[in-house]
Design a protein around this ligand. Structure first.
Ligand SMILES: [Zn+2]
Length: 465
């Protein structure tokens, strides 16, 4: 069995991964808050941890890995949408409209991430289904002296865990107070104390609790759900590095204090952020887009995945149109090369070795290029599929055969020949415009006409020409 090495944020070293139990390797990844479509940056951890999930399944067996990713469906923005819909005349109670909005965005999320070739985790708990477990955990924290109730809130007392708080991100409590956007509130004993439970107003969703009607803080969700589904010690906890502080520090504080005999997560993995054309993605810069936007523009999910895999997860990754075009050309070539082949029994050892070295996906892709250059179609197929590429169901976008395109090229050539006689080029112009709109490059010369698929090529549009 290949030894997997992973960079553990907690120890700041690359370590041999040794699961607590090889029979059930357990991984928890912080999932999305489901208030709207996922933007492209949200998709990065999904693809990163999907690759790890696939590698773990390959190494330990598909039935010996449990992957949990939550949905945070307690959120002010979800409530705001529900309230706006109610005010616009939508039927149903506010609670129903909140749930409707969550269901809608969860459906979008699963569709969009599925389009990127991400396998669904074994468990996808929703926060609202674990409120009782969160209340129980908060009660345990109060009983152990790690939390206190004040003015309808319950707060975690950071001073009760001061010697360990900040260990993951490598900061002291004093540094954090100086640097963080700490919400100062009169009921807090220490400004760093964070919310486990807060009151709900009448028009907001809320649950009965020993501290009145209210709702959980965000951090306690992950502690309660990971405990319920994976136990007090599990193998891997993942997420974007923007979650390291305060979210992951707070998860550790809650979980270790509520279950002092447990280890919580042994290995912490954090992915770096995503940029677009060298800039941070933001609504104000006008470079903000969702996965859905890209799919609608005709960028295949497989192409997005390929671009992501070109950058190591611990490095910032830059999304560019140029990369997407090149990825599309490569995948189109590989799909043509492997058409009609069955995958080899195993992925190439060099591909497994690269992935096992702290998920060196760029190294794994380099091996795929080598297999393609060697003409090893079966090996290329098996190895690419371990990375979630060249999966048959994801290849519809590349389906148009060159025979179809040459028929269209002949049609354009014929129209041109007729136009040369009649001097009426309107049909030629119409065809050219239609092929361009389908994402084809139109090359016309004395020798003939060639149609070359470009980025965003959409075969379905050819049917209407
Ligand atoms: Zn979390």
């Amino acid at each position: 069995m290949t030894t997997i090495k992973l960079h553990n944020t907690r120890t700041r070293t690359k370590e041999d991964f040794v699961p607590i139990s090889a029979d059930n390797v357990r991984m928890y990844v912080c999932g999305p808050t489901v208030y709207d479509r996922a933007h492209l940056g949200n998709a990065r951890p999904v693809v990163v941890f999907d690759v790890l999930y696939r590698l773990l399944r390959h190494t330990y067996g598909a039935d010996h890995v449990t992957y949990v990713r939550n949905f945070t469906d307690v959120d002010d923005k979800i409530n705001a949408t529900a309230l706006a819909r109610q005010q616009a005349g939508a039927e149903g109670t506010l609670e129903q409209l909140v749930q409707e909005r969550s269901n809608e965005t969860i459906g979008w999320y699963l569709h969009d991430m599925g389009a990127l070739g991400a396998l669904e985790p074994n468990e996808m708990p929703r926060a609202t289904q674990y409120i009782a477990q969160m209340i129980a955990m908060i009660e345990a924290l109060i009983a152990k002296g790690h939390a206190y109730a004040a003015e309808g809130h319950v707060l975690f007392a950071v001073d009760s865990w001061k010697e360990h708080y900040g260990e993951l991100s490598g900061r002291s409590v004093d540094d954090m107070i100086a640097g963080a956007r700490v919400e100062v509130a009169p009921y807090k004993k220490n400004p760093m104390d964070f919310v486990l439970w807060k009151p709900s107003t009448d028009e907001l969703p809320g649950w009965d609790s020993p501290w009145g009607r209210g709702r959980p803080g965000w951090h306690i969700e992950c502690s309660a759900m990971s405990y319920e589904l994976l136990g007090e010690s599990f193998d891997i906890h993942g997420g974007g590095n923007d979650l390291m502080f305060p979210h992951h520090e707070n998860e550790i504080a809650q979980s270790k204090c509520a279950h002092p005999h447990g280890e919580f997560a042994k290995v912490w993995l954090h992915n770096e952020m995503l940029q677009v054309e060298g800039k941070k993605m933001s609504k104000s810069l006008g470079n903000f887009f969702t996965v859905h936007d890209l799919l609608e523009q005709g960028v295949p999910g497989e192409v997005i995945r390929f671009v992501f895999l070109q950058t190591h997860y611990r490095k910032p990754m830059d999304w560019t149109e140029k990369k997407a075009r090149e990825a599309e050309a490569t995948l189109r070539k590989w799909r043509a090369q492997t058409a009609g082949f069955e995958p080899a029994a195993n992925a190439a050892p060099a591909v497994i070795a690269a992935l096992s070295d702290d998920l060196n996906t760029a190294g794994a892709l380099a091996e795929l290029y080598r297999l393609a250059a060697d003409g090893n179609a079966a090996g290329l197929l098996a190895s690419a599929q371990l990375l979630g590429l060249l999966i048959p169901e994801m290849g519809e976008w590349a389906d148009t055969t060159s025979a179809d395109l040459s028929l269209h090229a002949d049609r354009l050539a014929d129209a041109r020949a007729i136009a040369m006689q009649s001097k009426d080029f309107s049909e030629v112009d119409r065809l050219k415009a239609a092929y361009l709109a389908a994402g084809l490059e139109v090359r016309m010369s004395k020798d003939g006409v060639e149609l070359v698929p470009g980025a965003g090529f959409d075969a379905a549009k050819l049917e209407e020409v």
